[in-house]
Write a protein that binds this ligand. Structure first.
Ligand SMILES: [Zn+2]
Length: 500
């Protein structure tokens, strides 16, 4: 089996685009296999497809060949069934429902088997469940005769994302169970030790966050993996030998595109993420949609073909910079840069910006993030043009933590708002300057805390939550809202500097 796996690794280079594999390519592959392996029966061809074919290739094959479609559909499900049977025997079908009920995902080698084919039979199963589902899943594992190890260590880097962690054993099989600190299980996936480990599945689908690399049996070692390597540990795919892993992007032979490791990405809107669903009842989509975590791998890119490479950077505006626009002059510059940005932003809305050194709030353009063609929810706004949402050394963050939506003015509930307004504040750890504009609007507070950083306010319909352009008529009510929110300390959490 291992030999077949490594052969697939070589073949996969020809099929490294998850969208470009055509039936003709696959037919020639099968012919070549027939010639070299002397296989002639349909059963042999079926076996080869089952063992060697990656998931996007199977989906393509099923879409282009009527004869193959039933077989391709069944292979995806059979891969999940085989994995679950190995670990749960007669309770394999029950596992599908238990995993779904607890909104869990499978990561690690089992998910890689589902995506890439049966290069190996995994002996360990890594489960991640959202906060509140640990006890339920644990109870079921114990019912399946799994016993918890007395000592089961978690990699130190991941401990801030994991609330509870245990390892379970039953004969030769091992299961790790991790409980996320919140509802977002993908926060653990995006902090995996390598891009190959950023693959996860449910009972009905599989997702790869770096499909081009993973389908080519290549990968990048992520920051948590580099630490693991220094300690000589064995974690994720780093020492498994299945993937050709690299420490940086210098081996790329073309531009990174939207999957450049220096770009912040949000799985739900990211078109370079591969999502394959084979059973809609147990789809991976809910996990994707619940994901509020955006991530990036590196601060710098070493690919000489990539515009993000500092040595090769072309002239042009960038919004991922250390300081946000603070004066009227800077705001005008940023508005011009948004207008000439390449690729052009698809759409945008008007927001009200309270910049730290301005004498009055300014109406500004807020584009949608790259990859979003139309507004679906507040996550789609590229607010980072105006308010820094990440610490300088962050590689993952929750987008929601620096915003709050208001449906009434704090402490003035008798004055209902005609619209909902969302206030975005800035990441406090980056220590943004005191906001003179907002400080001048509010009386000194008893605790002496000052207000830091820019504020951006967006407007929505109360019921539909549709986004609306903010206009001059909104200024007075937004001033009242912001003032009241600050006085009554009802703001997003990290905007204040405590008095020394
Ligand atoms: Zn790059």
């Amino acid at each position: 089996m291992r030999d077949l796996g490594s052969h697939q690794g070589q073949k996969a280079n020809q099929y490294d685009s998850c969208t470009a594999l055509a039936i003709t390519d696959y037919a020639s592959f099968v012919m070549e296999q027939q010639a070299s392996m002397k296989v002639f029966s349909n059963n042999d061809i079926c076996r080869m497809i089952k063992e060697l074919c990656n998931m996007p290739a199977m989906v393509n094959l099923g879409n282009t060949c009527k004869t193959c479609r039933p077989m391709c559909d069944s292979v995806s499900e059979a891969r999940f069934a085989r994995i679950s049977k190995r670990f749960f025997g007669e309770r394999a079908r029950e596992f599908r429902n238990v995993l779904h009920q607890h909104r869990g995902v499978i990561t690690g080698s089992a998910a890689q088997v589902a995506l890439l084919g049966e290069f190996d039979t995994p002996r360990d199963l890594n489960l991640i469940v959202p906060h509140g589902h640990f006890a339920g899943m644990q109870h079921w594992l114990i019912k399946c005769r799994y016993e918890a190890l007395v000592e089961s260590g978690l990699q130190e880097d991941l401990s801030k994302f994991v609330l509870t962690f245990d390892t379970y054993h039953c004969q030769d099989e091992a299961i790790t169970l991790s409980e996320a600190t919140g509802p977002d299980v993908l926060e653990l996936v995006v902090n995996a030790p390598s891009t190959a480990d950023m693959t996860f599945m449910t009972a009905g689908g599989v997702v790869s966050l770096y499909p081009e690399l993973t389908l080519s049996w290549k990968g990048l070692i992520a920051p948590s993996g580099k630490w693991e390597l220094m300690l000589g540990g064995r974690f994720g795919s780093i020492n498994a030998g299945r993937f050709e892993l690299h420490k940086n992007t210098s081996f790329y032979d073309k531009p990174c595109g939207t999957s450049c490791p220096t770009m912040w990405r949000l799985p739900r809107t990211d078109k370079s993420v591969l999502v394959v669903d084979w059973d809609k009842r147990y789809s991976v989509q809910p996990s994707m949609h619940q994901c509020k975590t955006e991530w990036k791998l590196f601060q710098t890119c070493d690919n000489k073909h990539c515009p993000s490479n500092l040595m090769a950077r072309r002239d042009g505006p960038t919004f991922e910079q250390e300081y946000m626009p603070d004066s009227q002059f800077d705001v005008q510059d940023r508005l011009r840069d948004i207008g000439i940005h390449q690729p052009a932003f698809k759409a945008g809305y008007k927001g009200l910006l309270y910049a730290t050194r301005c004498s009055k709030p300014m109406i500004v353009d807020v584009p949608l993030i790259e990859g979003a063609n139309q507004y679906k929810n507040i996550e789609d706004l590229y607010v980072e043009c105006w308010v820094s949402q990440r610490g300088l050394c962050d590689t993952s963050t929750r987008r929601a933590k620096l915003r709050r939506t208001y449906y009434s003015v704090p402490k003035l509930d008798t004055v209902p708002l005609d619209f909902a307004y969302t206030i975005f504040s800035e990441e406090g750890e980056s220590d943004p300057p005191i906001n003179a504009l907002v400080s001048g609007m509010t009386p000194p507070r008893p605790n002496g805390a000052s207000v830091q950083g820019n504020f951006l306010v967006m407007k929505q319909e109360l019921k539909s939550k549709d986004l609306l352009d903010i206009c001059d008529d909104d200024r007075s009510v937004v001033n009242l809202l912001l003032r009241s929110a600050i006085i009554h300390e009802a703001m997003p959490p990290t905007h204040q500097r405590k008095a020394i």
